[in-house]
Design a protein around this ligand. Structure first.
Ligand code: HEM
Length: 126
């Protein structure tokens, strides 16, 4: 447990960077600059997200939280799956602008939900 807080802080840092990098890539696409896909930085989001999830599962392993016992965590994982799927579609250049715009909004809403659940840990159904 002595490592719990440092791991949580790394998880949070990777989470904020993940959100920033997702929004940055969306903004570059909206600005008509899809060249980031060929940049030397293109792997950074994947490396960051791998570290984010590694820290997340480490927190589960060493902390008191369980996805089926703590609703906020169970729903957070469900939202994460949606965020990943819609996020992939939002950044896919072969899809139409309408589909990418709608999936980008849905992905951002789910990302906001993830941050809300993580921060406030509400009891959704009693
Ligand atoms: C995009 C993905 C994710 C984001 C943006 C995210 C974000 C966050 C944030 C901001 C916190 C800190 C909340 C606070 O105390 O203020 C947090 C905590 C936590 N997250 Fe995540 N998270 C993500 C994925 C996951 C996943 C997949 C899991 C589990 C498999 C997970 C498990 C946890 C746990 C156990 C905590 C610690 C709760 C506590 O001790 O207060 N997270 N997350």
């Amino acid at each position: 447990m002595e490592f719990y807080l440092p791991v949580k802080h790394w998880h949070m840092a990777f989470a904020y960077l993940s959100a920033t990098l997702f929004m940055l890539r969306l903004a570059l696409d909206v600005a008509g600059k899809p060249g980031w896909r060929n940049s030397k930085w293109r792997r950074l989001p994947h490396i960051n997200d791998t570290l984010l999830l590694t820290m997340a599962f480490t927190l589960l392993a060493i902390g008191p939280w369980q996805p089926f016992a703590h609703q906020w965590l169970g729903f957070k994982i469900l939202l994460l799956i949606g965020y990943i799927l819609f996020g992939i579609m939002a950044l896919k250049p072969t899809l139409s602008a309408v589909v990418r715009s709608v999936t980008a909004i849905l992905a951002l809403l789910q990302l906001a939900g993830i941050f809300y659940l993580a921060t406030f840990k509400p009891i959704l159904f009693s």
